[in-house]
Every structure is written in structure tokens, then in C-alpha cells.
Ligand binder design. Sequence first.
Ligand code: BGC
Length: 408
Amino acid sequence: MAKVKLKFPKNFLWGAASSAYQTEGNNINSDWWVWERSINRLAMLKAQGKNSEEYFSGEACDFYNRYDEDFSLASHLSHNAIRIGIEWARIEPQEGVFDESVFQHYEQILQSAKYHGLQIFLTLHHYTNPLWFAKKGGFLKKENLAYFVDYAHHAVERLGQYVDFWVTVNEPELYATQGFAVGIFPPGIKGILPPFRVVNNLIEAHKQISGFIKIHANKPVSMAFNLLDFQPSGFLGELAVRLVRYIINGYIMVRVIDYCDYIGVNYYFHHHLSIFGVRKRSLHDHERTDRGWGIHPEGLERVLLSLKRFNKPVYILENGLADAKDQKREKYIKDHLYFVHRAIEQGVEVKGYLYWSLTDNFEWEEGFWPRFGLIEIDRSSLLRRKVRFSAIKYAEICRDNSFDYDVV
Ligand code: BGC
């Protein structure tokens, strides 16, 4: 084992990420809120023997009111950046009715982030929609795009002065598959063509919105791309990898890259593929998260290197694990950062790393049990925030812009 000092580039952004719906609480005009209470979902939870009470977002982390406390903690943890979202369903609860008081509240949230010295990545769409938009068919219909673009225009005009980086859409392919192919997100469709339609519409929306941002806010814009690492396994595995890599990672990226100023990367997954499909357990998984996801930091280096040809700055907008006992988080972060550093040394312009997530939050179909936070939310004690040990170790890295790593 050898110790190496890993230094990150000057002005590197360090912080954590979250989304509006998962943290704010009480987003009652959203399609997710209604989905949580839908007969289908309740029946699904019952069939799985789960207590549905634990699967309602409810007040979530009450971030909508406790943002200042959370930003203050982030700043004490030496973060200099944060990724948050805004909730379209709050801003435009009814078609064409924009709630000025909500914009004012979001202004306060963004001002607070600035006050605490955090650069802001702001996400416009992270899986959720206003109910009225969902009822019209949402992103399945091309003619509905105008509604989303209109909301984005309002948001850019009203909030643009505070935002340093825009994120138009979070993980379009995941949103499309979960909601329109697998059916575990609203609207619960299990189809083959619908996810493609949704992805294509989101690509179009991104293009239109990024053009508007260019003119009216002149700040960098990207999607948050969910990039997976695929490695070949067995006979014709390389062929399988090329095909799947293109469909999952490439299809969207190639279409929107000219409309992105930077590349926003979410990295969680690695799979070994053969022509017979995904190997259940990857050959090289050392550890698993509480959600059962294999931990594979090496994959992040490969993902980053694959972006080199686009010649654009890269920001890691999500990378993290569910680890309620906080036994693996420190190592997880350091291992991933080691491979980020290797990618930087090989010429990839990585300029920031945002851990997912700042606090524990509402993990969609899994409710509250997966604990991704640097900061624990004690749900039995008024949502009290408790800084985890790993958060303090991560804070040292953020503060020093470097850390000592044991290379095995
Ligand atoms: C999503 C988050 C989610 C995280 C962990 C990401 O793909 O953007 O909303 O909480 O994964 O599951």
C-alpha cells in the first residue's frame, strides 16, 4: 500500500446534491404526491408486505422551510457548491397560473445559498410534474412541451440572477423507463414505445430551454446524465456492451451535447454484460450499498474518460450510496475521488464533485429507508439534522482541496 497526495484543480467545486421533491415536503400539486396515494401503488406496497405509511413523502426533510439550516451546515462542512431543484408544481400549480409568492420564496432559498458561500446548480425537472400537466399526457405528447418550456422561461427570468449552473432535466432515460416502461414511477405505464417518445421530447425541451438560457441568463447549462459503466463478459460481451452503452449512455448525449456548455454526470452503476444480458453479480464488486447496488469506483474513471472526446468541462452532479450505519461512506467517497483524480490526470476537465445527497431524503419508490445523506435526518425527532462522521471526513477534503489516499 502506498500513500499518495491527491490535489484537485484550483477552484474545484465541492458539495452535495438534492432534488426539490425529495427534500422540500408537501408538494401536494405534484403527480408524485397523487401517485404515492394511488390504488395501484398502495396495492403494490401491500403485496410486498410494506407499511405504506413509510412510503409517503409527507413533509420529507421540510427543506422548504429549513433550507437555511441545511445550507449553513453545508458551509460549515466546507462545501462551496450545492445542487438543488425547484418544483414546477409549486410554481405553476394550475395551468398558466404562476405563483409569485413561491418565486419569492425560492429567491430567499437561493439568496440563503449565496449567503453561505455556495455556488448554485439549479435543476428544473427532477422526475416530478404538476398534476395538470400529467393529466394532459405530460411528456408523452410533443404538443405539451410548450408548457414545460414556458415554465422554464419563467424560472430563468425570475431566478436567473442567482444561478451559476443550470440543469434542465435529471436523468431523462431513467425518468422515461421508470414511468413509461417499468411503471414504478407515475404515470405507471408499462410500454415499449412510450419511453422513447418521452426521451425524444425531453431532448427537444432541453434544446429549446438551453437556447433561452444562453440569451437570457448566459450561464452554463447541461442535463444530469445518468452514466453507467459497462464491462464485457464472455462471448460477444464487447458487442453487447457497445450496443447497451449506446442506448443507455450515448443516445441522449449525442443529441444534446451541442446544446450543453458542460457535462453533468450522475454515476452510481456498473454492470458486466454478456450477450445473454446482465450478470447478476459483477465479477469485481467488492461491496454493496444498503440498496444492494454494487460499489465500483473504477467505473467512474472509464465513464469520465469516455467524455474526453466532447472537450467540455465535466461536473459530477451525483454520486453516493445508501449507508445507514455510515460504515462505507468515507471510503466510497475517497475511492471514487481517486478515480476522478486519475481521469483529471488523463486530461478530462472535471471541475466539481457533488455527493448525493446532503441529507437523507425521500428515495422515491423506496420511501425513507435508504439513507444517502452526509447528514442524517432523524425522523423520530422533529427531523433533527445530525452530521455523520463521513461528512466530517469529506469536509476535510473539501477544505484542503486534496487528501491522502492509500493506493492498494
Ligand atoms: C436520482 C435521485 C436518487 C438517487 C439515488 C439518482 O439517480 O437522480 O433522485 O435519489 O439516484 O437513488
